[in-house]
Design a protein around this ligand. Structure first.
Ligand SMILES: Cc1ncc(COP(=O)(O)O)c(C=O)c1O
Length: 392
């Protein structure tokens, strides 16, 4: 990354007083506000300059009425998918939705009935559980295996759960929080099993632009035999636009697409957010250099953190994640118990990390650290944790 871009990302960023959940609401979520915010998954980096400029330009026109597609919006997204991921998508395959979690809920509604089971792979992003719970569906759990070589899918169990009647699978690709970028081989196996048992895959690929060390993210729709499944994407995670509430559901199969269109219409949720659409198109059009720099910056943060844990806090389990800007940390080796670690992190280290239990009961003793922030925040967080543990 060039020095201009590094300074742009590295400059101190005060987000206080910006309606910001991560920094402004620490007291509400953690009981005190003097913490370094390393939790909720957005970034402390300013977005692509052309995105900010496009929003300002549109905001100058003081009518913010009902919104529809700009001329180039879906094409810009399709071009990004082709340019960055080698995936050819017809712009007509793209449906808008306010958010990826919203899209998961729409899929539950469209593809499952009250007695159906939905398969998820714990530990996994909390709203995946909520999707089943809120809609009164059953959950089929296919826990990931924590092996010495890294996190793996238990394919025997997956097949058993499909055989037992799961109707839909919510795949997290790359996986939050374990940080795996699934290989082509793994994904092909998942698709083959889903096809064999008639299971609909809904692939949440919101983190897909964050893959490191040559772990190329394979997009679901790039796979042979996956055309009847559903891929969820969004520029919000990649370009730090989550507050704009805009995302896409990409569906190749016309029948499946019609079904989802109907569900979106039933929820009156198919129109884009005016600033979301403008920001997304500017990001997909002008964001390559910025995206490359952010991925590099996060990778450097990750490498710094991994080295720190290995050298100074080897009791805390930590693997370099292959994708996402989130690091999944195992504090069980401290022998303190989940609640005591939680208290120590907040009251002694003064850092705000996500509790592992947000990702399911197997997350006890685990915590998730967000690395999409200025290096100084990462350095201070690690030093605070180190000092807190050493002082015990
Ligand atoms: C895997 C995953 N899916 C979805 C979301 C949220 O998506 P949205 O804000 O578009 O609902 C997140 C946010 O952290 C996430 O990690």
């Amino acid at each position: 990354m060039n020095e201009t871009m590094r300074s742009y990302l590295d400059a101190p960023m005060d987000r206080h007083g910006t309606h910001c959940e991560k920094w402004d609401h620490l007291k509400h979520y953690f009981g005190r506000d003097d913490l370094i915010a390393m939790w909720v998954a957005d970034m402390d980096f300013p977005t692509v300059p052309q995105v900010r400029d496009a929003i300002i330009e549109r905001a100058k026109h003081a009518v913010y009425g009902y919104t529809d597609d700009g001329e180039n919006d879906r094409r810009a997204e399709a071009d990004w998918l082709l340019r960055r991921h080698g995936l050819a998508v017809d712009p007509d395959w793209i449906l808008y939705s306010p958010g990826v979690v919203d899209s998961i809920f729409f899929c539950v509604s469209a593809f499952t009935g009250p007695d159906d089971a939905i398969l998820i792979q714990p530990p996994v992003y909390g709203p995946f559980y909520r999707a089943a719970e809120l809609y009164g569906r059953k959950l089929a759990l296919n826990p990931l295996l924590n092996t010495p070589e890294g996190w793996r899918i238990d394919f025997d169990d997956l097949e058993q759960k499909f055989r037992d009647g799961a109707r839909m699978m919510i795949l997290c690709s790359p996986h939050n929080p374990v940080g795996r970028v699934w290989t082509r081989e793994e994904l092909e196996k998942v698709v083959a099993l889903a096809n064999a048992y008639g299971v609909m895959i809904v692939s949440d690929e919101i983190h897909a632009d964050f893959a490191f060390d040559g772990h190329g993210q394979v997009r679901l729709l790039a796979l042979e035999g996956a055309k009847k499944h559903v891929m969820l994407t969004s520029a919000t995670k990649s370009f730090n636009l989550a507050g704009l509430r805009q995302s896409s559901i990409v569906v190749a199969d016309p029948e499946v697409r019609e079904k989802l269109k109907k569900t979106l219409a039933m929820c009156h949720a198919d129109a884009p957010n005016i600033f979301g659409a403008i920001a997304q198109t500017a990001a997909y059009t002008h964001g390559d250099e910025w995206m490359d720099a952010v991925v590099e910056y996060v990778r450097e943060n990750r490498d710094y953190a991994v080295e720190f844990f290995h050298e100074k806090l080897p009791q805390i389990g930590c693997r370099p994640q292959e994708g996402t800007y989130l690091m999944w940390l195992d504090f069980n080796g401290l022998g303190m118990g989940h609640d005591e670690v939680k208290r120590m992190l907040v009251d002694e280290a003064r850092v705000a990390l996500n509790e592992g239990t947000f990702f399911g009961p197997a997350g006890r003793g685990w915590f998730r650290m967000n690395l999409a922030t200025q290096r100084r925040n990462v350095v201070r967080t690690l030093e605070h944790i180190h000092t807190a543990i050493r002082s015990r």
